[in-house]
Design a protein around this ligand. Sequence first.
Ligand code: CA
Length: 228
Amino acid sequence: MAKVLVVEDESDIRQMLVQHLRGAGFDVVGVGTATAALESARTEGPDLILLDLMLPDMDGFEVCKRLRRDPLTERIPVVMVTARGSEMDRVLGLELGADDYITKPFSPRELVLRIRRSIERQNPAPANGDLLAFGELTIDVPGHRVLVRGRSVDITATEFRLLTVLARRRGRVQTREHLLQEVWTHGERDEIDVRTVDTHVRRLREKLGVAADLVETVRGVGYRFGGG
Ligand code: CA
């Protein structure tokens, strides 16, 4: 499930957006200030940020610039929400790194389409849809196999899920909480805590051998899959 960070200071609009995007199948986090947006972009590792231009503490252009300067957030697609045509021109002209823009008022359907498109652009399906290849590592998704330098690695089902969740969102930080949510089932999660994620990542790295560096630790936050 793709995660969208909604940044909108007007709480009515924010709630409407959050509800609508949840209804469309996204995992959604909503915040009301630029400061909270920059913080959540680092800690939540969203797949996309829907960014209102007019915020109380900082404008959307500045937020976008800061996101692009931070290695943790530089690759997250940003869809800018603007109110007026002149602002739209600035979005287009300033090349601040926004991937798309949408002008208020917009239809919820149009918004969902734009968001899906931007996320897909950032995560193109691999040429061979069943194989994910990153340098010396190949993940055979339907075959549930992991190969390092062409040799099969003995990996558990949980480690396999962990690796594919990380790899499919490569380049973006993923918190332990997010990984716990994505990799372990609801019932399993009751039995374990976030440190379990660290244990599994450690074992996974040992098994990956020369490809272990693909799973990077982001200190104090979580993990990130490199190789992008
Ligand atoms: Ca606003």
